[in-house]
Write a protein that binds this ligand. Structure first.
Ligand code: GLU
Ligand code: MG
Length: 443
């Protein structure tokens, strides 16, 4: 949509305020609000802001930055009241030199996408976002799931059915094409799958889904959380990502009718690259202390660095091919969780896969057993390594991996690594209830 069309749409929709949004390095949505009559100027000249106040963006002396609205991302926020009708536009962040700001996660992703495009490869992905709904105000210490249903349950009286329908309606009105939504395995847990799209649109969509789910849940007096493992002993919330590469004419480069699982050589190399870089990749796609409470055996989340066709314990799964749907040939990475910054996550996933293609890496044999059942010696025998067990371990791997660091760029790497190391250190020195229960009396 060009600027003229956008201004017409805004008038038609009777919008009064515009939220100009971008995402910081940690994955939080930031927004500056302008009254609608300032939009034309914002489109022509951008909107200046002080970047030094945004976590990890800039130092005081290089603080001036400006936002360049991306007209295609315009959408009305369906929960805004007609008398204060509000729309959002996602922006790219620029520095005073007129270049994209190196600390803008959206520009990090665009850089990775452009690098692949130079080789004639276009990255598409489709995330599956899982989340929990808890009773509002049920408390941080004992969150209460809002229902007692389970995987794919259909219960006509389920409140979640109503909430999920409202979420899907809101997302559809915001141009996020939802493919499916269903109850997940744990009580109070749900999943929303949306359209497969180019990586930048998909990352924009993840951000939209997250705040829309929260806003709609709130209107039902429920609290939505994307925390990866809110409850001990039940499944956590992942954000599996289906991925493929297309050529310039839209052909799926991952499809080969004669390949194993109908995968092409490029697809195998892409998988090999992601397996190779998985330990460092984890720091970005599973970036919280809590992420590593999810990546444990027994809850359908991956732990071992291997690939397979149907096995849900593997890190990369190849969804079954359905005849006539060669365009949908794809590989599913299962370690990401919804606490990640989707722009950075998709950027490192792409660069890890492309490293496999550039260096023609070979995939190991796929694994068909349930790897959760393997003994430590069997894992060694099969050469299967494990994902980092903690955020601290993942950060150490990140520091050693030039491909993943290169994908982030030095600015984002430094800021991310520093902030996350602090988070890890803060957690590491806590004394938990588990420790007191285990040791206090017997020691
Ligand atoms: N909730 C599981 C996870 O943490 C995934 C369940 C599924 O296979 O969809 O990854
Ligand atoms: Mg799921």
């Amino acid at each position: 949509m060009d600027e003229k069309e956008l201004l017409e749409r805004v008038a038609e929709d009777e919008v009064q305020f515009i939220s100009l949004q971008f995402t910081d390095i940690m994955g939080t949505v930031k927004s500056v609000s302008i009254p609608v009559h300032r939009l034309e100027e914002a489109l022509n000249r951008g909107v200046w802001f002080d970047g030094s106040s945004i976590e990890g963006f800039a130092r005081i002396f290089e603080a001036d930055m400006f936002l360049k609205p991306d007209p295609d991302s315009y959408t009305v926020l369906p929960w805004s009241q007609p008398e204060r009708r509000r729309a959002r536009i996602i922006c790219d962040v620029y520095g005073t030199d007129g270049n994209p700001f190196k600390g803008d996660p959206r520009s990090v992703l665009k850089r990775a996408v452009d690098r692949a495009a130079e080789m004639g490869m276009h990255f598409n992905c489709g995330p599956e976002v899982e989340f929990f709904l808890f009773d509002n105000g049920s408390g941080i210490t004992e969150p209460v799931p809002h229902d007692v249903a389970g995987y794919f349950d259909f219960s006509p009286r389920d409140r979640a059915q109503v909430v999920r329908s409202d979420i899907v309606k809101a997302l559809m009105s915001m141009k996020v094409d939802v493919e499916a939504s269903h109850h997940e395995v744990a009580i109070g847990q749900h999943e929303i799958d949306f359209e497969y799209a180019n990586a930048v649109t998909s990352a924009d969509n993840v951000m939209t889904v997250k705040y829309t789910v929260k806003a709609v849940a709130q209107s039902h007096n429920l609290m939505a959380t994307f925390m990866p493992k809110p409850l001990f002993g039940v499944n956590g919330s992942g954000m599996h990502v289906h991925q493929s590469l297309q050529d310039g004419s839209g052909n799926n480069l991952f499809y080969n009718p004669d390949g194993q699982f109908r995968l092409s050589e490029s697809a195998r190399q892409f998988v090999a690259g992601q397996l190779k870089h998985a330990p460092a990749l984890a720091a970005i796609v599973a970036p919280t202390v809590n992420s590593y409470k999810r990546l444990v055996p027994g809850y359908e989340a991956p732990v071992y660095i291997c690939w397979a066709q149907i096995n849900r314990s593997a890190l990369i799964r190849i969804p079954r091919y359905s005849p006539g749907r060669e365009q949908s040939t794809r590989v599913e990475l299962r370690c990401p969780d919804p606490s990640c910054n989707p722009y950075l996550a998709f950027a490192v996933m792409l660069e890890a896969g492309m490293d496999g293609i550039r260096n023609k890496l070979e995939v190991p044999d796929p694994v068909s057993d349930d790897v959760y059942e393997y003994s430590p010696s069997k894992l060694v025998e099969e050469g299967i390594e494990t994902l980092p067990g903690t955020l601290g371990d993942a950060l150490e791997e990140l520091g050693k991996d030039d491909v993943i660091r290169g994908a982030l760029g030095e600015h984002v790497y430094e800021v991310f690594h520093r902030a996350k190391s602090t988070e890890w250190d803060e957690y590491r020195v806590q004394v938990s209830q588990w420790e007191r229960q285990r040791y206090l009396e017997i020691l």
